[in-house]
Ligand binder design. Structure first.
Ligand code: HEC
Ligand code: HEC
Ligand code: HEC
Length: 418
């Protein structure tokens, strides 16, 4: 009996020294953690413009007050330098801080719950040994009552957050499994691409539910469905995630940051896995707006003849056709295609109007360093002109979405200029 106890003690001791030795600073593990931090896009939220990397301070407007991201550098006083690996794992996967208080789900712990122990370990190694400590405090989060009571999040978690580990579906290949793991877990793609319910909860957390990645909305900006991606090949998806552009589209809005800080840093094989997984998801049936499109040939014929044009068509010809052409096809990899584009056919025209007013620019990535710029037209076009133009875009070629009114544009312009 005694010898068994001794044996167990020796095994436990050697296991613990083993894990300490490997946690301290195996450079390969730290490096893998750095890559996983890219996949999880920790930078997007934990770094603010003009501040040191991972020192926090990004303001996230929750609708009930501003939540500031925290300092996750290994500084012992201001950051997470005193976190044990278990405490770090609990913050990432359960949304519980070292002091036992609950995090707001502005931190995507409902997705990170699917991250494996091995990957949490590598991330921990990176944040302890691969990141420079920064001794600054971000501003304090101030939420309005009752949201300032963090214990309420424990209740929210019971109803809305899944802490289930990642589960592969039967019949998935290794590649699809890898893609699913990245998308559902670290990539937290669902936090923007899955529709939200009444408590701001994502309506689905994985591919077993047809609402998962079925498209959502972010600050009035339409976020497209990623299910099946019917208009794109797997290569198109890879190119978009790697370079922010492909032969029909280019990235704008919040997705630009995702491409810049996260997906453009991922290995080809991981991007291919993500594309393969998205392709397996059943498509969302096309939104039926009841609008009859003008038809591709008819739009091209009218714009080419340049006679008897509506105001919207005239404005397009004068302001947009030089880059996007009368075909609406643009030029592959440079000017995106407007015929069939998600941003134009979305139920909510907010993103489209925003792009027309403010313009857009693609991020510079390693494989596509040049920045493509779409000029803004806020100073050149009135609200009613923007409405006519947007309505033409939404019903020209094969597009079929509802008209945009002058009032819609006035509201969106006021918001954009705030
Ligand atoms: C979408 C934004 C977002 C992303 C992405 C994100 N975080 Fe967070 N994180 C937050 C916010 C906001 C908080 C603070 C929430 C609060 O105060 O309740 C936070 C808190 C934390 C905490 C708790 C720190 C403390 O204050 O004690 C840790 C640890 C953490 N994040 C790690 C990570 C890691 C590691 C990643 C990448 C794998 C990551 N976060 C990605 C927004 C984000
Ligand atoms: C912070 C919010 C956010 C996150 C996180 C996010 N996306 Fe997006 N994504 C968007 C928005 C917004 C758009 C629309 C961009 C536009 O209008 O040009 C978009 C567009 C896309 C598109 C183009 C779809 C189309 O039909 O045009 C793809 C592909 C995509 N995202 C993949 C992903 C993947 C894969 C992930 C996870 C690794 C992800 N996104 C995470 C916000 C996000
Ligand atoms: C000088 C060339 C140029 C002109 C003129 C121009 N665009 Fe663009 N447009 C671009 C480029 C480049 C992009 C890609 C920017 C990005 O994705 O960040 C773009 C993007 C867009 C998008 C977003 C596509 C998406 O998938 O997110 C829309 C919509 C659009 N343009 C409409 C218009 C309209 C309407 C006009 C006329 C009022 C116009 N453009 C004039 C170059 C131009």
């Amino acid at each position: 009996m005694n010898s068994l106890k001794q044996l167990l003690a020796i095994v436990a001791l050697s296991l613990s020294t083993f894990s300490i030795a490997s946690a301290a600073n195996d450079p390969a593990v730290v490096q893998r953690g750095a890559y996983l931090a890219r996949a999880g896009d920790c930078m997007a939220c934990h770094s603010a413009a003009g501040k040191a990397e991972y020192s926090g301070g990004l303001a996230i407007d929750s609708g009930h007050g501003i939540i500031y991201s925290t300092n996750i550098t290994p500084d012992k006083q201001h950051g997470i330098g005193n976190y044990t690996e278990q405490q770090f794992a609990d913050a990432m996967r359960k949304g519980v801080r070292a002091d036992g208080t609950h995090l707001y789900p502005a931190m995507p712990y409902p997705s990170y719950a699917k991250v494996s122990d091995e990957d949490v370990h590598a991330l921990y190694a990176y944040f302890m040994d691969g990141v420079k400590p920064v001794a600054t405090d971000p501003p304090a989060t101030r939420m309005s009552f009752p949201f300032n009571m963090r214990w309420g999040m424990a209740l929210w978690n019971v109803f809305f957050a899944s802490d289930k580990p990642f589960r592969a579906q039967d019949g998935w290949s290794g590649e699809i499994r890898r893609g699913a793991y990245l998308v559902e877990g670290l990539g937290h793609c669902g936090s923007c691409h899955t529709p939200r319910g009444f408590a701001m909860n994502e309506k689905a957390g994985d591919s077993s539910d047809a609402q998962f990645l079925a498209g959502g909305e972010l600050n009035g900006w339409a976020v497209p469905s990623l299910r099946g991606m019917p208009r794109w090949s797997a290569d198109d998806i890879v190119a978009y995630l790697q370079t922010g552009r492909n032969k029909t589209s280019s990235v704008a809005g919040e997705m630009s940051m995702v491409v810049e800080h996260s997906t453009s840093h991922l290995k080809d094989e991981d991007l291919k896995a993500i594309a393969a997984y998205l392709k397996t998801l059943t498509q969302v049936p096309p939104r039926s707006s009841g609008i009859k499109p003008q038809g591709r040939d008819e739009t091209i014929r009218k714009l080419t003849a340049a006679k008897d044009l509506t105001l919207g068509e005239r404005l397009y010809l004068d302001n947009c056709a030089a880059c996007h052409f009368v075909t609406g096809k643009g030029a592959g990899g440079i000017f995106p295609e407007l015929d069939g584009a998600s941003v134009i056919n979305a139920g909510n025209p907010g993103a489209l109007v925003h792009v027309i007013l403010q313009g857009a620019r693609t991020p510079s990535t390693e494989k596509a360093p040049s920045i493509l710029v779409m000029p803004g037209f806020a100073h050149r076009l009135s609200d009613s002109e923007v409405a006519e133009l947007a309505t033409f875009l939404r019903q020209g070629w094969s597009n079929q979405a509802e008209a945009v009114t002058e009032r819609d544009v006035s509201k969106l312009r006021a918001k954009a200029e705030k």
